[in-house]
Write a protein that binds this ligand. Structure first.
Ligand SMILES: *Cc1c(COP(=O)(O)O)cnc(C)c1O
Length: 377
């Protein structure tokens, strides 16, 4: 008999989601607008502590609109971490702007401020900086905001993976001029697919809603003075989001417990280190990751293969963007000499462990046993 499948991070539904969706059906609000969309925006904004939010079809759409609102145009430079998912930087390419990749720091795996400073020496006038809170660990926002402020650069926060994470008590996604969240199927809460753009500035969010609904001018006839997008979230999707948001803190507590269990279980294997958590923050622990010490006989591929052989899903670390065929022609700034980088080192030695909040104690024991065995045998 095939062993029970254990997932990396799959949707966890509770029933309340369906009630909001049913309400949408009952009132025939089956459209890319409606009460669930308005309420989901308000509820999400309240949860993270920011006044304005626009619900969109994807996190990627939110990043795209954030860049447009920041005034990014063809040829403009945008600084972005190399160690991230491609969705962070694809929208830069949509606008024919130029991504410039920044290395990570060891302590948080996020954008290294020293490497960012170095990038400014060559490119003094970037149009925007995108910071990412990778796997839910908050970046060092004090340093990054100081640098952006000193140079007068718009800061955009890609908090797709870090909804619920805080830095010095403030939610990630609320530090930048614009912040984005994702509700993709594997994120900490999901709407099957969707995103949110947030800001302190009402004007920016109003503009985002305008651009996301085909940029229709306020005239009775269909008139357009700008290119628009079909990026609005549907009222059905938003219903799922409202139901999920009720369980956000529960999901976060469970993700943190998974991280804690791995950390404790691997504490007697000196070759294993868990992904770092920022001591100035409270991470949502979206994915628990591990790295293997250099020179160890066990490789990340061996761990991935062993788990897959037992029907357990795990994943490599995001492959750095400066190593991607589609982005390799762009500049990359690292503090490492001899052509190496922290991002590549984490990629080479790391992997994402199953972090599904439906995993039982038994599931966790199975995963941990399999991993430990590789190191002890
Ligand atoms: C998931 C993710 C996105 C994209 O969000 P979608 O909702 O899937 O479009 C962007 N950035 C990062 C870092 C992500 O992990």
């Amino acid at each position: 008999m095939e062993k029970k499948r254990i997932y990396l991070s799959s949707p966890t539904m509770h029933g309340e989601e369906q009630e909001f969706v049913q309400e949408a059906f009952d009132t025939n609000w089956v459209a890319p607008l409606g009460p669930n969309v308005n309420e989901f925006e308000k509820e999400l904004a309240k949860y993270v502590g920011i006044p304005h939010a626009a619900a969109l079809s994807a996190g990627t759409a939110a990043i795209h609109l954030a860049l447009k609102l920041a005034g990014v145009e063809e040829g403009d430079v945008v600084f972005v971490p190399s160690l991230t998912f491609s969705a962070t930087c694809n929208p830069i390419a949509y606008e024919k702007a130029t991504p410039v990749f920044i290395d990570s720091e060891r302590d948080t795996w996020n954008m290294a401020s020293e490497a960012l400073e170095k990038a400014y020496e060559k490119y003094p006038n970037p149009k925007a900086v995108i910071v990412v809170h990778l796997y839910g660990t908050p970046a060092r926002m004090d340093e990054i905001m100081d640098i952006c402020k000193a140079h007068g650069t718009v800061l955009i926060e890609d908090a797709a993976e870090s909804l619920g994470s805080t830095y010095k008590g403030k939610h990630t996604g609320t530090f930048g001029r614009l912040g984005i969240y994702s509700f993709n199927g594997n994120k900490i809460i999901t709407t099957s697919g969707g995103g949110m753009l947030v800001s302190e500035e009402e004007e920016l969010i109003k503009k985002a809603r305008f651009l996301s609904t085909q940029a229709r001018d306020p005239a009775r006839h269909y008139q357009h003075s700008q290119i628009g997008y079909n990026y609005r979230m549907s009222n059905i999707t938003a219903g799922i989001g409202r139901g999920q948001l009720l369980f956000m803190e529960e999901h976060k507590a469970k993700k943190k417990e998974i991280y804690r269990k791995y950390k404790e279980a691997f504490s007697d294997i000196p070759e294993i280190a868990m992904n770092p958590l920022n001591p100035d923050g409270d991470a949502n622990c979206w994915l628990s990751c591990m790295t293997i010490a250099p020179g160890c006989k066990v490789t990340p591929d061996m761990v991935l293969d062993t788990l897959e052989g037992e029907n357990i899903e795990s994943r490599p670390i995001w492959k750095p963007m400066h190593l991607q065929p589609v982005f390799e022609k762009y500049d990359f700034f690292t503090l490492c000499e001899n052509g190496e980088s922290v991002a590549e080192d984490i990629f080479n030695r790391g992997l994402c462990l199953p972090s599904d909040i439906k995993n039982t104690d038994e599931d966790m024991a199975r995963i941990i046993g399999l991993v430990k065995n590789l190191f002890l045998s």
